[in-house]
Design a protein around this ligand. Structure first.
Ligand code: KG4
Ligand code: ZN
Length: 370
């Protein structure tokens, strides 16, 4: 069977055709088309929701046509349509949900509503085949840092999450204050490779108290990244005695100083040191909690998915820690790390096989829980 997946939760318009197969892996990607809006939002230093939803409207028809064409499939070949219902930007989600509902009705196909994070988790299965269960999976992106236990296929139990910024959000904010542009993850990752990761002393946050906002969770596996971001900001303000390039900022000027000097605040090497030190703290925080959870829940495998799973240090250290502790670890390919519709189609196929079909009055839900 073929399923069409549609993803419009943030700043990527994506459509994919995924096939159910019985051999080796449960699903095979027939096409996965992604129209990224990054160049549009870069100018503003982050995603502008109104621009995002307008661009989804412009792109959705062409992206779906292309996904069907690449898969050499027609509407008549499909068995179902899966769409991201939430969480995400409501205006963006609505474009995908409205398109999926209308095409399901027109083509007489069943509709499946998918949680965006279930899609990220299933990207691991799409890439690697079924994981040894129970698995602990960390979904780490621009909007989420959430740790799940997967006791059996299609069941996702939330163990912990960030209390403030998501890890990807911290990357984006630190990149912004260093004048490195949007999105921050890839550029910090690249510069960190040249820096000394012990050059700047930055705090690690370890939460032990219960979270009043999530009484059902224990809290000691929770994440927090806003303190780290603030520590980088303080370091930059305190250390910087010069001011930034007018045409190419390399850092924030100290409070009260203007931007019209021509001396860079930091050298390229210093910027690389800040990036490397920041990245070391983020990766350590993520992996410590992840392996703690694996031990506590006697996991048979560990996975990391979501945009930040593209990070080179996180990927390398996950595999290294897994080898040392003799537990298999899994990652999506780089293309399946960031938002894409193939993962939504895969999660949709799982729900479809469990008989979970969406009603015709399905609505987008910006803060849908998983
Ligand atoms: O999953 P995703 O495409 O969208 C969300 O659902 O948020 O993740 C995007 C996030 C951005 O914050 C971006 O900075 C981060 O993933 N990211 C990275 C890397 N590549 C993307 N973070 C760290 N290292 C990377 N190589
Ligand atoms: Zn995502």
């Amino acid at each position: 069977m073929l399923i069409l997946g549609i993803e419009t939760s943030c700043d990527e318009t994506s459509a994919a055709v995924v096939e159910e197969t019985a051999v080796e892996r449960p699903w095979a990607i027939r096409s996965n088309v992604i129209a990224s809006q990054i160049p549009i939002h870069r100018e503003w230093g982050g995603v502008v929701p109104e621009l995002a939803s307008r661009q989804h409207i412009r792109d959705i028809c062409g992206v779906v046509d292309r996904a069907l064409g690449d898969a050499r499939a027609t509407w008549g070949d499909l068995g179902a349509i899966a769409v991201t219902q939430g969480p995400g930007l409501v205006g963006s989600l609505l474009v995908g949900v409205a398109f999926a509902k209308a095409s399901a009705a027109a083509a007489g196909l069943p509709l499946v509503a998918v949680h965006h994070l279930a899609g990220h988790i299933e990207s691991l299965v799409l890439q690697n085949g079924e994981l040894p269960l129970p698995a602990v999976v960390l979904v780490v992106s621009g909007g989420h840092t959430s740790l799940y236990l997967v006791p059996q296929p299609g069941e996702y139990r939330l163990l912990s999450r960030t209390r403030d910024d998501a890890a990807g959000e911290a990357y984006d904010k630190v990149a912004k204050l260093l004048g490195l542009g949007y999105p921050g993850g890839p550029v910090i990752d690249r510069l960190a490779g040249r820096g000394n990761d012990r050059a700047v002393a930055l705090p690690t946050t370890r939460l032990t108290h219960a979270d009043r906002n999530a009484p059902t969770l224990k809290g000691d596996l929770d994440f927090s990244f806003s303190g780290l971001k603030t520590a980088v900001l303080r370091y930059v303000r305190k250390k910087g005695t010069g001011v930034i390039f007018p045409g190419g900022p390399r850092g924030l000027p100290p409070e009260g100083q203007g931007e019209n000097d021509s001396r860079p605040l930091f050298t390229d090497n210093e910027i690389a040191d800040i990036c490397a030190s920041f990245q070391r703290v983020v990766v350590t925080a993520l992996l410590d909690r992840l392996f703690d959870a694996a031990r506590r829940y006697q996991a048979k495998s560990i996975g990391i998915a979501g945009g930040v799973s593209a990070n080179s240090r996180l990927r390398a250290e996950l595999q290294e820690h897994g080898r040392l502790r003799e537990i298999p670890t899994f990652l999506p390919s780089l293309a399946l790390s960031t938002d894409n519709a193939a993962m939504i189609a895969a999660a949709g196929l799982r729900k479809f096989r469990a008989g979970l079909i969406a009603p015709a009055d399905l609505n987008a839900d910006a803060s849908l829980a998983l």
